[in-house]
Ligand binder design. Structure first.
Ligand code: NCD
Length: 353
């Protein structure tokens, strides 16, 4: 990944990007390969950074821009679209409002499927770039981090919490009562201490299990943590708009709050609505635009792992063994190669089958 993150010197002003080298490396590793971006929900960073990543690697990109301009508008179901599009490309990036959509797509597609967000479920490649950001900041070991905002519907925080458990992080879940982290995720995190040792080892991570604290009070945790990972309240996922109005604007990170802990690092998967004041953008604490930039080198790493020479040989081997249908949760769904451990939730779901 590091090799994709070097390149042009980026001289920005204060705060983010200050003195940072930003990646514009190019390669023809994926020349002749085609990536299909299928987005059934809005996206700026994920779709564009996948497109940039693929193009920087010499590959090409097909885009299903919006459902209005495709046969989805004629009533085509996801299964038929996936079967069709798999014949046109070498890998699919899928964002869909339904939880489990990528898993289902992966079981039907003849090419790898990368989950770019499945409803309120997971967003694994966002987690990779979040981890990369933390690693670049030297914060991944012994991390104390608050996940703030919509922990119920926010898919980025679900994936991130699972991943951070592999690093033995201390997690503070800060949300309104109605938007608490799902019980299922918390159960998995508690179990991680006992059951996750092998996964942590497979990921090369320091320790298994997370210590978890829950609160609604942001000011109470500000001095306790190294990082605030702030999220948007996911308006579009509320069945009742009145319920959204009750929690909208619940948290706001301001320069005043930063006075409580001057070294606090502020991350956000973006887009933000009003949960981080624009005055924070120019401070040394803000990392969210740098974090968004890391989407390019991280997704270059994902695509080259999946579609580069090594990935292709792995897939051929798998197909020869007739194992491709059973490789779910690893190569096909996570997009991080067959060495990737399944998330705890995936493991639990598979174990039930
Ligand atoms: C997030 C998403 O789509 O889940 N955005 C992203 O991919 N960076 C966060 C959000 O929409 O709030």
């Amino acid at each position: 990944m590091e090799k994709f993150a070097r390149g042009r010197e980026q001289g920005r002003g204060r705060g983010e990007g200050d003195g940072e080298r930003e990646g514009e490396e190019e390669s023809d590793l994926l020349k002749g390969k085609i990536l299909a971006n299928l987005f059934y929900e809005p996206s700026t960073r994920t779709r564009l950074s996948f497109e940039t990543a693929m193009k920087r690697l010499g590959g090409e990109v097909l885009n299903l821009y919006s459902t209005e301009t495709s046969s989805v508008a004629k009533g085509e179901n996801l299964a038929d679209t996936i079967r069709t599009v798999s014949g046109y490309c070498d890998a699919i990036v899928l964002r869909h409002p339904r939880e489990g959509a990528s898993r289902m797509a992966a079981s039907l597609a003849s090419v790898p499927v990368i989950n770019a967000g499945d409803g309120a479920g997971q967003h694994p490649t966002q987690t990779l770039l979040d981890l990369y950001t933390l690693k670049k900041e030297g914060l991944l070991e012994n991390l104390r981090i608050a996940l703030v905002g919509d922990l119920k519907y926010g898919r980025t925080v679900h994936s991130l919490a699972y991943a951070l458990a592999l690093y033995g992080a201390t997690l503070f879940f800060v949300s309104p009562e109605a938007l608490r982290m799902p019980e299922e995720v918390k159960m998995d995190l508690r179990a991680a201490g006992a059951a996750g040792a092998a996964e942590a080892e497979a990921a090369g991570a320091a320790g298994a299990g997370a210590e978890v604290f829950e609160t609604s009070d942001l000011s109470a945790v500000v001095k306790e943590v190294d990082v605030l990972y702030v999220t948007r309240i996911q308006k579009e996922r509320f069945p009742d708009p009145a319920e959204y109005r009750k929690v909208a604007g619940a948290y706001r990170v301001t320069r005043g709050l930063l006075k409580e802990n001057e070294d606090l690092v502020i991350m956000h998967p973006l887009p933000r609505v009003d949960e981080i004041d624009a005055a924070v953008d120019g401070t040394k604490n803000a990392r969210y635009f740098k974090q968004a930039f890391y989407g390019v080198p991280v997704r270059m790493a994902v695509l080259s792992t999946l579609l580069g020479a090594g990935g292709e040989r792995r897939r051929e081997g798998e197909e020869k063994q007739g194992a491709s249908k059973n490789a779910r949760g690893n190569r096909r769904n996570s997009g991080v190669g067959e060495e990737a451990p399944r998330t705890l939730r995936e493991r639990t779901a598979d174990d039930r089958e």
